[in-house]
Design a protein around this ligand. Structure first.
Ligand code: CA
Length: 508
């Protein structure tokens, strides 16, 4: 008995010295695939646009009203680089998973046939946690740190962190305790349960969604199946009163475009091409999933202990598969997924942190995907941690809490020494920097520059390169310094076998 009391006193002392004032909150990161900046009824510009009028996302409106929206939030132009930056806090130029991953030990097939460029030997095997994986980004992943500090970590949906056959294809190897339907591929074979989500079809074998067998043959849309499984997975941590991290990474709204029939009636009467009707139902299906999660935490009485973040992994698709005119699906933003123009990288972002975020506020400070890493660790009250990788992201907690309204001006960087596949405006091999309102793009193939003032010219229609030579020089130097510092890879020019010059060299 005496011994028990002694331990109790010791435990009490220990607890009073080390315990944070409040328990760490649950964190839900709602992560949409290929969702454009205006594919929502929440306006992220200073005025609603026709796209905002078209789409129905009442639950995004609900989340935006509870918290804050970021009007200048950025991802990278394609899937895997964004996801690796999210899990590692590294800028894409540093982690070198600069293109989308799938097949092991090789560049993407379309990268081998470029007419003028030879692409670098990038990290096509994706993320890794041990140095034994060739061509991979070695890092301590975010979910691992959260798990090590007491979080119950759930992955639901699309993973796309590593190539087939390597450990990072399975989220369980990255610190997630539960993996629902995530693997190497970045798209589903099918969204339909009646299609077994692509399973059983030899042509779609690589894309067949793993798990979810209980929905095979049933009329359930993939997004709904993921929602049900994700919610079910939270029973354990809620019962154990353990904080959870739910990374809910929807397969939607990536291709193949398939209708969620629950929402068809909202769009069939609109004058839309059939593909756009399907796309609109996928957007509303995504939003319904968000609403289901918000309802769930409210019903469980944990909404005020649960941080919710909403983000997309790149701009809206516009170069292929969509209905209507190509490259016009994000107007007034230029181009779409794969492009370095705003249509390719500017994305919708929302955040609600109970008791911290002000209600219904708009934040115009630019943030980028690698910022999530230090921010989520801060929200989780993890102050001291060590990582294998250097962190490029900035913690934006002080923005969330309204302690500051803007960061000190800082540069944001993009680097894509690769080939995506489809072609279109701003799609290709490039590097870019945004600093304040200015954005400089350096296209590797012909080494030309474009300079835009984003606050005056959101559509990037007026290239100010000739009239602002000092600004071009300043940004080119900044971009060069960053690329050299992080040991960025550059393509080589086929004709000469020389490396594409650094931006400042190309100016001279
Ligand atoms: Ca994507």
């Amino acid at each position: 008995m005496r011994r028990a009391i002694y331990y109790g006193v010791l435990l009490g002392l220990f607890w009073s010295c080390t315990a944070p004032s409040k328990n760490p909150p649950n964190i839900i990161l709602f992560f949409v695939d290929d969702m454009g900046w205006q594919d929502t009824s929440v306006p992220f510009w200073d005025q609603p646009t026709p796209l905002n009028e078209k789409y129905r996302t009442p639950n995004m409106e609900r989340l935006a009203a509870k918290g804050v929206k970021f009007t200048h939030a950025y991802s990278t132009p394609v899937c895997s680089p964004t996801r690796v930056s999210l899990l590692t806090g590294m800028n894409a130029a540093r982690h070198r998973v600069t293109n989308w991953t799938l097949y092991p030990d090789q560049q993407q097939p379309m990268e081998k046939e470029h007419p003028t460029l030879i692409f670098p030997d990038w990290n096509y095997n994706g993320l890794s946690t041990t140095p034994t994986v060739p061509n991979s980004a070695l890092a301590t992943p975010l979910p691992q740190l959260l798990k090590d500090h007491g979080y119950f970590t759930v992955h639901a949906g699309k993973a796309h962190f590593g190539a087939i056959g390597y450990p990072a294809e399975n989220p369980l190897n990255l610190g997630f305790e539960v993996n629902i339907a995530g693997h190497a591929a970045g798209a589903p074979g099918s969204y339909l349960g009646t299609d077994n989500f692509g399973n059983g079809d030899e042509n779609r074998k690589v894309w067949a969604v793993p798990g979810l067998e209980e929905y095979h043959g049933k009329p359930v849309f993939l997004t709904q199946a993921l929602t049900e499984k994700a919610i079910a997975s939270l029973a354990t941590p809620i019962e154990q009163k353990q904080p959870f991290f739910l990374y809910f990474a929807l397969y939607g709204v990536h291709t193949p475009l398939m209708a969620d029939v629950r929402f068809l009636s909202h769009y069939e009467s609109m004058d839309l091409p059939p593909e756009e009707v399907k796309y609109a139902t996928m957007i509303e299906s995504m939003d319904f999933a968000l609403g289901s999660l918000l309802d769930f935490v409210e019903q469980k009485g944990i909404a005020e202990e649960t941080v919710v973040l909403f983000m997309s992994d790149n701009g809206g698709l516009s170069a292929v598969a969509r209905g209507g005119e190509k490259h016009q699906h994000n107007v007034p933003l230029k181009s779409g997924k794969g492009a370095i123009y705003e249509g390719g990288i500017r994305v919708p972002m929302l955040a609600y942190w109970p008791g911290k975020t002000p209600k219904n506020q708009s934040i115009s400070s630019p943030v980028i995907i690698e910022d999530f890493f230090p921010t989520l660790l801060d929200i989780a009250q993890i102050k001291e941690y060590t990582t294998l990788q250097a962190i490029d992201g900035n913690n934006f907690s002080s923005l969330l809490k309204g302690e500051i309204s803007d960061f000190e001006p800082r540069p944001l960087y993009w680097h894509y020494p690769n080939e995506w596949g489809p072609s279109g405006p701003g799609i290709g091999s490039y590097s870019a920097v945004r600093m304040g309102p200015w954005k400089l793009i350096y296209f590797h193939e012909d080494q030309h520059f474009e300079l835009y003032h984003l606050l005056n010219d959101i559509g990037e229609t007026n290239n100010l390169k000739e009239s602002q030579p000092e600004q071009v020089r300043k940004l080119a130097q900044m971009l060069t310094d960053h690329l050299i510092e992080v040991k960025a890879q550059m393509p080589r020019i086929k004709e000469t076998n020389q490396q594409v010059p650094w931006p400042v060299e190309a100016l001279n």
